[in-house]
Write a protein that binds this ligand. Structure first.
Ligand code: SAM
Length: 430
């Protein structure tokens, strides 16, 4: 049982040494049995990390228990003081129990001042209803049974109230800090915890059922399962990722999400031959990026740091090569490019270069009512969407490319939430 603590401490060691993100390190852990639990434990420990350190110091815990490392102590004490109680026996449990009174006293004394000190950006909890497995109404009913109230007020998601998102269909907005990791609908894949901004990519690609789609850099696949849901599992999604372990996780998540139209392959997308995918009309390009837009409450202080300029430039080169490759697919009619970066080098500058060398493509004015647009680095930059924490979501960037055609122009109309209960989600008019 104590294995989870040792895995969590190992992840913490690496995260704090800036040797990877929590997500990546947990996903690439080949031994841990329950990655979800491991991820949650590491995140929660990080969230309370400074307080845990103060508690350890006030209780002289490590001096009393010198055989424990700081990070093993941190994860164990998180569970003991803030979590569900200890999940181990033996020496770890004995160590904690020897000091339990001092630890509890220190926690009580320090907790209040720590709460006051917190100035973290708090984003709502977004919950995407997976229409492959359930319906909006059933999901609403499920939460109502659990004493949640669906608020009609467009800005209210507090207390035990949740609401419908104003832009992305089938997206629920719960109050900040709502933990649904144990909710049966989440466990069974009927709902997916996905930030609003990250839902925009699939929503704006909007492939109709029956389409042939490529997800160029797909793992762990939240956007892929969203695409499958929009396509009602009809058609094909060819999902590539270069990273085998991320792809393994993705396979599990796709099973859980019931995304059966997805064909996953470990591959370098840059080596995929466009002529082998002659029928693909929709392509999602969501390549690796600096992640500078991610301001998760949990990872922000630990992982953010400033990405050095050379790294941003290297990423931008890679992102451009992936986007240019996508635009080479002979039948590609719509290509969405997205990143969770806030750097213009990874966003507008990539798009500008791609447009310059692909005069047969143009940008679509995506989500016209959205207030935050691309930085004015080229004439149609305002067609791009930017998001920020001021919009209650992560920092994100999306651009929608469409092939120019002499036939009647493809218009992407994305309807946002109407006041009516029944909403039409989007329509693509050819
Ligand atoms: N779209 C994913 C989702 O929503 O879950 C997230 C994708 S993540 C931002 C970028 C992914 O690109 C990583 O999983 C990485 O392994 C993958 N990747 C990096 N280089 C690649 C390449 N040359 N070909 C395919 N995938 C690549």
């Amino acid at each position: 049982m104590s294995a989870v603590y040792f895995h969590a401490a190992a992840v913490l060691d690496r995260v704090l040494a800036r040797r990877g993100s929590v997500k990546h390190l947990v996903l690439s852990n080949k031994i841990a049995e329950n990655k979800k639990k491991l991820y949650a434990l590491v995140c929660q420990t990080l969230k309370h990390y400074s307080l845990l350190q103060k508690i350890m110091s006030a209780a002289a815990f490590l001096q009393e228990e010198p055989s424990l490392s700081t990070n093993i102590a941190a994860v164990v004490l998180y569970d003991f003081l803030f979590g569900r109680g200890l999940r181990c026996g033996g020496k770890l449990k004995a160590a904690v129990y020897r000091q339990k009174d001092c630890l509890r006293t220190a926690m009580e004394q320090l907790k209040g001042s720590e709460e006051e000190r917190k100035t973290d950006v708090r984003l709502p909890r977004y919950v995407r209803v997976n229409t492959l497995k359930t319906t909006w109404d059933d999901a609403v009913g499920h939460f109502q049974q659990r004493k949640w109230t669906l608020s009609e007020n467009e800005s209210q998601s507090s207390g035990r109230c949740f609401r419908q998102d104003n832009h992305v269909p089938h997206l629920m907005v719960f109050p900040t800090g709502t933990d649904l990791h144990d909710d049966p609908m989440y466990v069974s894949g009927q709902v997916i915890l996905q930030d609003k901004a990250s839902c925009l990519s699939a929503f704006l690609l909007s492939p109709p059922p029956g389409s042939n789609v490529i997800d160029a850099c797909a793992a762990p696949g939240n956007k892929t399962s969203h695409l499958a849901s929009l396509m009602k599992n009809k058609g094909s999604i060819f999902a590539f990722d270069i990273d085998g372990s991320r792809l393994e996780t993705m396979r599990e998540l796709m099973v859980r999400a019931g995304a059966t139209c997805c064909k996953m392959k470990r591959a370098n997308f840059l080596r995929i031959k466009p002529e082998d995918y002659k029928d693909v009309e929709y392509i999602l390009v969501d390549p690796s990026c600096s992640g500078s837009g991610i301001v998760s409450h949990v990872e922000r202080t630990i992982e953010k740091g400033e990405t050095p300029q050379w790294r941003i430039e290297k990423l931008a080169q890679f992102q451009l090569s992936v986007l240019l490759h996508a635009l080479r697919f002979p039948s590609a009619r719509r290509v969405v490019y997205s990143t969770c970066s806030i750097h213009k080098e990874e966003n507008e500058e990539v798009v500008k270069k791609a447009l310059k060398s692909n005069p047969n493509f143009t940008l679509v004015h995506a989500l016209p009512e959205w207030p935050r647009r691309g930085l004015p680095l080229f004439s149609t930059a305002e067609y791009c969407v930017r998001t920020s924490t001021e919009d209650e979501t992560q920092g994100f960037f999306v651009a929608v490319f469409e092939r120019k055609t002499t036939e009647p122009k493809i218009a992407l109309k994305v309807k946002t939430r109407q006041k009516t209960k029944q909403r039409k989600h989007r329509s693509v008019v050819d």
